[in-house]
Design a protein around this ligand. Structure first.
Ligand code: PEP
Ligand code: MG
Length: 400
């Protein structure tokens, strides 16, 4: 699936990738010449000259588009009528910090800490984690870095951590469930994050929260970790903002309760779509069901934003949905305070926000939300985007 962790990692590292090809990829040999089209999800085996030229042209155009968007880097994602959205980056590995900064990220909205654990095949010590985390925080200077505590399980299994394959892994021992069952490991990670906070600004975020009880338990461990750091006279950041990923249907339905006891929400649409539409994000047979514009998904995001704002907390979105340029107006209209996505997608999303007024964005939101099916919403949005493109081209011509 497009939101499986392998696909996410490839996107983050800027590696063109196509998933779900089944046996087709295995049948290739090292001698085969192929064209890999990560945008349209195509692998063309033995492309003819015309196809090769088409892709060479597309590559040059893409480089040009990136260069054109360069000047956006230091501009805010602010609509013409003054509504501002924070644009942050998702990272998996420390090497991605440079890319995030180069694309103008205002911070790290999601740091998936599990990759540090997977790289070494042994549990990193507190000091080892502090070293890696501090380096990231320092390089981000005064920009916030949101550390998500370990989210193993699902498609991120690891024998050495004891999170083995399960019959129903995405409904199994995953995310906060794993951490709450491995308290020494959880507390060590929290301590490392608090200590890294001494070098800049950090935020703490818990994955896979399904209700208040888990949030309270996690906060209790945070309290113990802080008390121990205090007792030991170790330098650490006090009063770190604590947030949760809203990525389960139960978190959406209980969002008002959760909002009262945390500092921010970050909507994880990869899982939220998986769980809401009951489609395994790693299974290519059901990947056609991944529909960000499904009424249930849009209502879930809307409800979460409303609940968060009613409680006065910041609501962001850090799923892959945030990287789809075609959805930028919809997300703007839904009232998100922040979008966090892989670095390369930031400039395009920012551009759309910079040319869309809030009234327009709310109209787009209302239109897609009034559609009765995802396909209906998709069709409306495609027509709207085509019309907007025509309008902008006409305006551009008039201006020249
Ligand atoms: C999500 O679920 O949308 C998310 C951002 O987290 P992950 O992809 O790591 O599960
Ligand atoms: Mg998730």
């Amino acid at each position: 699936g497009n939101t499986s962790h392998v696909a996410i990692l490839a996107r983050s590292l800027g590696v063109p990738a196509v998933v779900g090809l089944g046996g087709a990829a295995v049948a290739l040999t090292d001698e085969d010449v192929v064209a890999l089209d990560g945008t349209d999800g195509l692998l063309v085996v033995g492309p003819d000259q015309e196809t090769i030229e088409k892709y060479n042209l597309l590559t040059r155009q893409q480089v040009k588009t990136h260069q054109k968007l360069e000047h956006h880097k230091d501009l805010p994602a602010e609509t013409p009528d003054g509504h501002r959205v924070a644009m942050l980056a998702n990272i998996e590995l420390p090497v991605e910090v440079e890319e995030a900064l180069a694309r103008g990220a205002e911070g790290i909205g999601l740091l998936r800490t599990e990759y540090l654990f997977f790289q070494h095949h042994t549990i990193p010590t507190e000091d080892e984690q502090v070293k890696v985390f501090t380096e990231i925080v320092r390089r981000m200077k005064d920009r916030p870095v949101t550390f998500r505590t370990l989210d193993v399980g699902g498609d991120k299994v690891s024998d050495y951590l004891g999170a083995k394959r399960e019959y129903n892994p995405f409904l199994g021992w995953r995310g906060i469930r794993f951490s709450l069952a491995n308290l020494p490991l959880f507390k060590t990670q929290i301590k490392a994050i608090c200590r890294a906070g001494a070098a800049g600004r950090v935020q703490l975020m818990f994955p896979m929260i399904t209700g208040l009880q888990e949030l309270r338990q996690a906060r209790e461990i945070l309290g113990e970790a802080v008390a121990e750091l205090e007792r030991d006279g170790v330098e650490y950041a006090r009063d770190i903002p604590v947030g949760i990923m809203v990525e389960t249907p139960s978190a959406v339905l209980a969002a008002d309760l959760l909002a009262d006891e945390c500092d921010f929400f970050s909507i994880g649409t990869n899982d939220l779509i998986q769980y809401t539409l009951a489609m395994d994000r790693g299974n290519s047979r059901v990947s056609y069901l991944y529909k960000p514009l499904h009424p249930a998904v849009l209502r879930s995001i809307h409800q979460t934003v409303e609940a968060g704002h009613a409680a006065g907390i910041h609501v962001g979105l850090c799923g892959e949905m945030g990287s789809e340029t075609r959805l930028a107006e919809v997300l703007l209209g839904l009232g998100l305070d922040e979008i966090s996505t892989h670095g390369a997608a930031l400039p395009k999303i920012k551009q759309v926000i910079r040319w869309t007024g809030m009234e327009e964005a709310r109209r787009v939101r209302d239109e897609v939300m009034s559609a009765r099916t995802a396909d209906e919403a998709d069709r409306w949005l495609a027509a709207y985007i085509a019309g907007r493109k025509q309008k902008r081209e006409a305006e551009g011509k008039r201006a020249t």
